[in-house]
Ligand binder design. Structure first.
Ligand SMILES: [Zn+2]
Length: 140
C-alpha cells in the first residue's frame, strides 16, 4: 500500500489537533516514515513560533503577489523598471518561490527555443511594414 502524500494543510491540522483519529494516525505514520515530512513539520512549528515575521508568513504574503507570466517574461528579457525587476528578483531569489522559479525555467527554455524564430519574424515584419509604407506613398 502506498502512502498518500501528506499535504501542508494536513500537517497544519495535525498541529492544531483538528484532524479526526484516522487522519491523525495516518499523518503520524507518514511522519515516522518520512524524514523530510518531519523536517516540514518542524519548520512549520518554528514558523508558528515566530509568528507573522516568519519566512513562511512572508512567503504566503508574497505568494499572493506572484508576478504574472508576462512579467516573468519581461524580467527574463530585462525590460522591466528597476523597481519591478528588483521585486521579482527578490521574489525568486530571497523568497525562493518555487512556483515562479518553475515558471521562469519554463519561459527560459521556450525563449531559447523561439529565439531564432522571433528574429526571423521581426525581419519579416520590418520588411512587410516597409512594403506597406511604400504602398501608402504610392496611393498618395
Ligand atoms: Zn511566486
Amino acid at each position: 500500500m502506498t502512502m498518500a502524500k501528506i499535504t501542508r494543510a494536513q500537517l497544519a491540522g495535525y498541529l492544531d489537533d483538528a484532524l479526526g483519529d484516522a487522519e491523525t494516525t495516518h499523518v503520524e505514520q507518514a511522519l515516522r516514515q518520512s524524514e523530510s515530512l518531519r523536517d516540514e513539520l518542524r519548520a512549520m512549528m518554528q514558523e508558528r513560533d515566530r509568528g507573522e515575521h516568519s519566512l513562511g508568513a512572508v512567503w504566503r504574503r508574497q505568494r499572493l503577489s506572484c508576478p504574472t507570466r508576462d512579467q516573468l517574461g519581461s524580467y527574463l528579457l530585462k525590460i522591466l523598471e528597476a523597481e519591478q525587476h528588483d521585486y521579482i528578483h527578490f521574489h525568486l531569489q530571497t523568497i525562493g518561490c518555487s512556483f515562479c522559479q518553475a515558471n521562469l525555467a519554463d519561459l527560459e527554455a521556450r525563449q531559447k527555443e523561439a529565439a531564432p524564430k522571433v528574429h526571423e519574424r521581426r525581419r519579416r515584419f520590418f520588411q512587410s511594414s516597409a512594403g506597406l509604407l511604400q504602398k501608402g506613398k504610392k496611393k498618395k
